[in-house]
Design a protein around this ligand. Structure first.
Ligand SMILES: NC(=O)C1=CN([C@@H]2O[C@H](COP(=O)(O)OP(=O)(O)OC[C@H]3O[C@@H](n4cnc5c(N)ncnc54)[C@H](OP(=O)(O)O)[C@@H]3O)[C@@H](O)[C@H]2O)C=CC1
Ligand SMILES: N[C@@H](CCC(=O)N[C@@H](CSC=O)C(=O)NCC(=O)O)C(=O)O
Ligand SMILES: [Zn+2]
Ligand SMILES: [Zn+2]
Length: 377
């Protein structure tokens, strides 16, 4: 048994003190897990666009000071009373959508949106309404129920997926968000069929994972849409058959796509978080049957619009969170798929940093240079 069990752990974490300010590496105190909770030593974490969105003050639920991060891989350090599904030493992926297996959402095959702890999670707190983090006597909020930008973090047991320890945590941490989200959007949410024509707006990690899912589903044409010309080559390496840079066209992107595809796409995906591209993605769908799936997270106060006629004439607007995966069941399966060589993960990692360099991960994201940065502890 580790000598930290039952004790407060002092460790390093990247603290978001205020919106729009760089993260600060601090010594934080992490309380032991309470009943039904698990304390995890985080070994690696990806940096997702949603971390940047929240740090930049765009999330209506964003709270400061907090510990961001939701794409982690780690090892269980200790467990609280009553925890039965994981034990110290287990390799785990923190889950921002839990799976309690009991709530009406978990019992429905139609959704992965377990709501057992959503209310407290959205307030930056553990299910008992308190935080496990503090720094110099000041309480820090949790983020997305995961807070992986810390050497240690505490999660509810229902928010932890136990995974095969043979898988490298510095790669499979990405199975905590971006890859399952995009891949699942194609496979689970949209249900892309063989022979389909699709368009994917935004070629970051999420969009590339959509492309990967569409290719696996047998899509005939996969049109990657991005304003960053550097994304052409990488999108094609993930399976895009064509690349469209809206900046190279005078016409609206939806018109370009409709013209290119004899009336529109069977499926489109928005992986940017911009309400204008959400509209373009919907309007690029084929009359009668085209389905557009929103994945991108738009800033506080933004609303989508289109002519209702677009829906009257058979286009469908959908959305997805974490690609529809029921998390504790799905993530270990995706890890096995990766280990079998049937799913790309390593290729998404373009940059690695130490915790002290975490702000550089945000810099390369904003410069359009990275797909995913992984921070190793
Ligand atoms: N629903 C869910 O469960 C999840 C949602 N998300 C959300 O998905 C979105 C994508 O995340 P992620 O892949 O990490 O983000 P990235 O920032 O890595 O990728 C976004 C891509 O879109 C490009 N882009 C920006 N503006 C436009 C535009 N107007 N037209 C075309 N392309 C554009 C960017 O170009 P450039 O290189 O120039 O920046 C970049 O290539 C975010 O909104 C994120 O918050 C993420 C995970 C889960
Ligand atoms: N808190 C925001 C919405 C943020 C959001 O939509 N998050 C996605 C995951 S994004 C991951 O990178 C999500 O899963 N949402 C489902 C949920 O229950 O939060 C807001 O209030 O608008
Ligand atoms: Zn994410
Ligand atoms: Zn549930």
């Amino acid at each position: 048994m580790s000598d930290t069990v039952g004790k407060v752990i002092k460790c390093k974490a990247a603290v978001a003190w205020k919106a729009c300010k760089p993260l600060v590496i601090e010594e934080v105190e992490v309380q032991p897990p309470r009943a039904g909770e698990v304390r995890i030593q985080i070994r690696s974490t990806g940096v997702c666009h949603t971390d940047s969105y929240t740090l930049n003050g765009h999330d209506p639920e964003g709270l400061f000071p907090c510990v961001l991060g939701h794409e982690g891989g780690g090892v269980v350090e200790s467990i609280g009373e009553g925890v039965t599904t994981v034990q110290p030493g287990d390799h785990v992926i923190p889950l921002y959508i839990p799976q309690c297996r009991n709530c009406k959402f978990c019992l429905s095959p139609k959704t992965n949106l377990c709501s057992k702890i959503r209310a407290t999670q959205g307030k930056g707190l553990m299910p008992d309404g308190t935080s496990r983090f503090s720094c110099n006597g000041k309480t820090l909020y949790h983020f997305m129920g995961t807070s992986t930008f810390s050497e240690y973090t505490v999660l509810p047991e229902i928010s932890v997926a136990k995974v095969n320890p043979a898988a490298p945590l510095d790669k499979i941490c990405l199975l905590g968000c971006g890859i399952p989200t995009g891949y699942g959007a194609a496979i689970n949410t949209a249900g892309v069929e063989p022979g389909s024509t699709v368009a994917v707006f935004g070629c970051g990690a999420v969009g590339l994972a959509v492309i990967m899912g569409c290719k696996e589903a047998g899509a005939k044409r996969i049109i990657a849409v991005d304003i960053n010309p550097d994304k052409r080559q990488i999108a094609q390496s993930f399976g895009a058959t064509e690349f469209l840079n809206p900046k190279e066209h005078d016409k609206p992107t939806q018109q370009v796509l409709v013209d290119l595809t004899d009336g529109g796409c069977d499926y489109t995906f928005e992986c940017i978080g911009n309400v204008m591209t959400m509209r373009a993605a919907l309007e690029a769908c084929h009359k009668g049957w085209g389905v557009s799936t929103i994945i991108g997270v738009a800033a506080s106060g933004k609303e989508i619009s289109t002519r209702p006629f677009q829906l009257v004439t058979g286009r469908v607007w959908k959305g997805t969170a974490f690609g529809g995966w029921k998390s504790r069941d799905g993530v270990p399966q995706l890890v096995e798929k990766y280990l079998s060589g049937a799913m790309k993960v390593d290729k998404f990692v373009t940059h690695t940093f130490d915790l002290t360099e975490i702000n550089k991960a945000f810099d390369v994201m904003h410069q359009g240079k990275s797909i995913r940065s992984v921070v190793n502890f």
